[in-house]
Design a binder for this molecule. Structure first.
Ligand code: NAD
Ligand code: DAU
Length: 346
């Protein structure tokens, strides 16, 4: 199996949830690497996610938009970047329903700009895609990498467009690319708009937990650590031009997920409220991850352990999420949930 040389990485979106976990993991496991985090610092991008690392000489931050071609190009040239790993994106499905255009700007055009810079400078690009590009999965099928893409939300459609642009550049320009499609990640530093941190922090505060519809939608809740090791495996040993699914291959319903959150925090089921569903809500995601396993990767966490451990992290790190929840998040929360929750009290 080829081992690819990876020395100077440009990590776009490195101040977000998965990006910051990946930067910490990478610098621990690859002490001789250098990392440049390139991040626009949107509401979801938080410098404090890497607070313990900013004094490390191997890490630098460039604040910028991935759509700024001159800045991306200049950064790659000045920093002798040999690999771009693209985590940067607008990532929340509900936000994409409320305001979809920025999803096209960042996820589609932004990825396209990175591809252009990679092509100009002859740099390898690894793109972080998602299981949502497959759309919702029927019966007992598990998505394999060769399946057709069938996205159903503005977020998923923008990620599918980016995924296909990356593949088109490999075919048309012979650009060295790889893609990973991740399942629903949980773990430290996830912005509390997403279900597991939202439900955990609401439960800790004794607030209602809004379950969309019947709560029987199924997700593969994978620990972010396993996503990081999966990406690392592809960066080092993945076949150039190939796509790899990264998840546990096991799903649970959202009601099962909330059971684990509540048990982990010692909170009551009385907090649960069934509210108006998300429009076009995908019923089930499920991926076959055998292709990644052929590279020697194995997930460390069971999805139940991953959810329980994530909930506990929020209980132990109130200082991280309390300032977030009292800021602009409040406005979003009102817009998304006030009407949904009105009149649902038990
Ligand atoms: P996040 O929302 O926590 O972080 C996104 C980061 O991108 C933030 O730091 C933000 O500031 C930055 N960003 C946004 N727009 C930018 C722009 N125009 N230019 C530069 N930086 C910008 O997201 P996440 O959950 O960490 O997801 C990271 C990647 O993984 C995304 O591409 C997402 O689609 C993908 N993914 C996420 C999951 C999941 O469960 N969270 C699963 C599979 C794939
Ligand atoms: O599957 C990978 C995707 O996982 C990533 O590509 C996305 O970036 C990430 O946000 C996530 O998308 P989901 O829409 O699956 O995750 P979210 O945490 O928003 O929701 C998880 C499930 O919980 C989903 O079925 C919707 C449901 N849900 C969510 C929220 C926020 C609720 O029932 N109530 C809620 O308030």
């Amino acid at each position: 199996m080829t081992q690819h040389p990876v020395q100077n990485l440009l990590i776009t979106g490195g101040c977000g949830f998965i990006g910051s976990n990946f930067v910490r993991y990478w610098l621990t496991e690859h002490p001789h690497s250098r990392v440049v985090v390139y991040d626009k610092l949107t509401y979801a991008g938080r410098k404090e996610n890497l607070a313990d690392l900013w004094d490390d000489a191997r890490l630098q931050l460039v604040v910028g938009d991935i759509g700024d071609q001159a800045l991306v190009r200049g950064t790659c040239q000045q920093q002798s970047i040999d690999l771009i790993v693209n985590f940067a994106a607008e990532t929340h499905v509900d936000q994409s329903i409320l305001g979809p255009l920025v999803f096209t700007d960042t996820n589609v055009r932004g990825t396209h700009v990175l591809l252009e810079v990679a092509r100009e400078l002859g740099i390898r690009l690894h793109h972080i895609s998602t299981d949502e590009v497959y759309g919702h999965i029927r019966d007992d099928h598990q998505s394999v990498e060769a399946d057709a893409l069938a996205p159903r939300s503005p977020y998923a459609a923008s990620k599918a467009a980016a995924d296909q642009l990356v593949q088109a550049y490999a075919i048309t320009y012979n650009l060295p690319v790889t893609i990973t499609r991740g399942a629903n990640n949980v773990g430290p530093y996830q912005y509390p708009e997403k279900a597991v941190p939202l439900f955990s922090t609401n439960a800790i505060l004794g607030e209602a937990i809004p379950i969309y519809g019947d709560g029987l939608q199924m997700r593969d809740y994978a620990h972010v650590y396993d996503h990081c090791t999966g990406i690392e495996t592809v960066l080092l040993r993945g076949e150039i031009g190939e796509v790899y699914n990264v998840g546990t291959g096991r799903e649970m319903t959202n009601l099962e997920m909330v059971d684990i959150v509540l048990a982990s925090l010692g909170k009551s089921h009385d907090l649960i409220r069934h509210v108006t569903d998300r429009p076009g809500h995908d019923r089930r995601y499920s991926m076959n991850v055998d292709k990644l396993k052929t590279l020697g990767w194995q997930p460390k966490y069971d999805p139940k352990e991953a959810v329980a451990e994530a909930a506990k992290w929020y209980a132990e790190h109130r200082a991280w999420w309390e300032p977030i929840r009292s800021g602009a998040f409040r406005e979003y929360y009102e817009k998304q949930y006030a009407e949904r929750l009105a009149g649902t009290a038990q």
